[in-house]
Design a protein around this ligand. Structure first.
Ligand code: UDX
Length: 439
């Protein structure tokens, strides 16, 4: 059992705290947001993540997981302190580090024994050194500490199992003994542990996310070429994926990536490159293709309906991906806003994100389920690949719609079947024009 403190109870912090507690450690999770901490003490999670509430409750009951707003209390017995605060996007695409700075200052002011400070937030390369400077400058008197970078690779919706079954743990530090102690903490996860220097570890996170985003933009570009040549991108991706050098992951064409990581991290990496006089051409192309995918879907709606003014357009899925209520950089935001501004009546349904979505797009009429959503609609657009959408009664959906136009932004349905049912169907990269007609 180790004593661990986690600063920040957002996505990454909460999952980290809950999972380390579940591995048998004593974990204190700290946040400066009192309401969040009060809610957590009552078992109310600030985010939707499958399994999180249950595992948190189990560990609170076992007296391994505690919540506080007091740094003094949180650091009293700590050996390891994880910084897992938010790093939102700044004005030019650079990461905004104000919360990391606040956390580092507070740790420095409240520590009374040596600590290993571990950075989990995605931060620009060089931030580890900067954190060390801040801690040094804010300590009332010098106390030993080390900084280790340990980037997270959690996906929303499967964050707990990603944490407990990682592909690898990356640790970066100039202090090898500290890195070794953090490595011990991760041994129960039974994954390869790589120890490297601070800046390299920080760069691994950006390079990994940028590479995955590149795969998505790559397959989206291929999808658009498929539409000109009469090929089916789903089959193309399947055929490519059997090559072990390529693999099947992250080759699903669609409406483009969203979420709290890919958009922000690709932009931040491009920004870092530019600040240092480099020209990150590929990263710019990745972002451009991603933005285009949203437009591509809108163009398909225009084409099928001959304009959107006064039409009722139904968005099936609002979250940026399935199994989450996260709306950050969700394609639905851009698409709903565009349609609304052009005079369309926009409706939406999502299994879990509607509460969050309501606040962000008050002009969207929220519906109770997919069938209510389809009733009287002129077009249905699939934007989130929730499992429950894959088995809908599409004949019923079609019969409920005013005009049966289906723009499948996530390629959930079989084009031939949709045509048979009577939809005017457009997928992404599914044969000529995405309409399912192949060469
Ligand atoms: C991602 C990384 O996977 C994770 O390692 C990192 O720590 C945080 O960012 P997340 O944002 O939760 O995780 O979602 P992910 O499942 O990676 O999907 C990102 C976006 O890409 C979603 O909008 C998803 O719909 C989209 N996507 C993913 C595609 O469009 N096609 C694909 O083939 C895969």
């Amino acid at each position: 059992m180790k004593n661990i403190t986690v600063v920040g109870v957002g996505y990454v912090g909460l999952v980290t705290a809950v999972c380390f507690a579940d591995l048998g450690n004593r974990v204190v999770a700290l946040d400066i947001n009192e309401e969040r901490i009060e809610n957590l003490k009552k078992g109310i999670m600030p985010i939707y993540e499958p399994g999180l509430a249950e595992v948190a409750a189990r560990n609170v009951k076992a007296k391994r997981l505690f919540f506080t707003t007091s740094y003094k209390e949180a650091l009293a017995d700590a050996e390891f302190v994880f910084i897992a605060v938010g790093t939102p996007e700044g004005v030019d695409g650079e990461a905004d580090l104000q919360y990391v700075r606040m956390a580092a200052e507070s740790i420095a002011q409240n520590m009374d024994h040596p600590l290993i400070i571990i950075n989990k937030s995605t931060v620009p390369v060089g931030t580890g050194d900067w954190v060390a400077d801040i801690v040094r400058q804010n300590q009332p008197e010098p106390i030993d500490f080390s900084v280790v970078s340990c980037p997270e690779f959690l996906r929303e919706g499967s964050a707990l199992s990603d944490f407990l079954n990682p592909d690898r743990t990356v640790l970066g530090s100039e202090d090898l003994e500290a890195a070794e102690r953090v490595a011990q903490l991760h041994l129960p996860l039974r994954a390869p542990i790589m120890v490297t220097d601070l800046r390299t570890a920080e760069m691994i996170k950006y390079a990994s996310n940028a590479f995955l985003a590149t795969r998505i933009s790559f397959i989206n570009e291929i999808a658009n070429i498929c539409e000109a040549l009469g090929a089916d991108v789903k089959e193309v991706a399947r055929g490519m994926g059997y090559d072990k050098r390529i693999g099947h992951h992250f080759l699903e064409a669609g409406v483009g990536y969203g979420g709290s990581c890919f958009p922000k991290d690709v932009k931040a990496l491009a920004y870092m490159a530019q600040v240092h006089g480099k020209h990150p051409q590929l990263l710019h192309a990745v972002m451009e293709i991603n933005a285009y995918q949203r437009k591509h879907v809108i163009l398909k709606v225009h084409e099928l309906l001959d304009g959107v003014k006064d039409k009722t357009i139904a968005l099936l899925g609002l979250a940026f991906k399935q199994d989450t209520d996260d709306m950050r950089e969700a394609p639905s935001l851009t698409i709903a806003e565009y349609l609304h501004e052009r005079g369309a009546h926009v409706r939406g349904y999502d299994p879990v994100a509607m509460e969050v979505a309501k606040r962000l797009m008050p002009y969207v009429e929220m519906c109770g389920d997919a069938y209510e959503l389809a009733t009287g609609a002129d077009a249905l657009i699939t934007l989130t690949p929730w499992n429950e959408f894959k088995q809908l009664d599409m004949e019923r959906i079609k019969s409920l719609m005013r005009t049966p136009a289906l723009v499948d932004g996530r390629n959930l349905y079989d084009p031939a079947l949709m045509h048979r049912i009577g939809f005017a169907y457009r997928g992404i990269g599914r044969g000529y024009n995405g309409a399912g007609e192949k060469a």
